[in-house]
Write a protein that binds this ligand. Sequence first.
Ligand code: URA
Length: 211
Amino acid sequence: MSWPKPSTCRNCVGWSWGCDGYSRVSGENRISLLIVGEASGSTEEKRGEPFVGASGRLLNDALRMAGLRRADYSITNIIRCRPPGNFLKGAPYERAVIDHCKQYLDDMVAQLQPKLILALGDIALRELSTVAGSISELRGYLLKSRYNCPVLATYHPAFLMPRKGQPGAMHLMGVLIHDIKRANQIARKGLPAPLPTSYILTPTTADIRDY
Ligand code: URA
């Protein structure tokens, strides 16, 4: 079932895009991890829910392979509706719609108080983290976010999917699953204690051999 945009969207440049689709936050929030993607696609627009199209199926597969239940997590997007032609990154309206939609994410974070946010893809990483860098540089690290919980970023499922003559990057599925597992673990149990370290400043030949 599609959801009409709320009246708070009226003064957004996306109000005139002609699509009603506004996706709610999905999930039961049993685990304090908020998963944030980019924007609705056409299936999300029709159903009023995030990640229910092709990317959503890949996200579901990754969660299942990580041994997790999708319904346990809250899932949303940086922008709640669908940009024309699914074109957001680099679009002239990109900054304006993201800034306008921030109010919904701020409300969600205030309400859900997640222990950790899992950012899917470049746009979510850029908008949520205070650290600048690409997904391939920063994925898997626990980063400071603009909320009072950390953010961990990973690849967007759509980046992995082969399409329009592009091979995709399905070889990164294991990385996506690994990052999801790590995010789940941190949200449930906190950060693992660092491994004990000790330094030998003047190693003997035997120390070097042992090492
Ligand atoms: N569907 C979503 O809900 N979000 C994305 O970022 C991509 C597809």
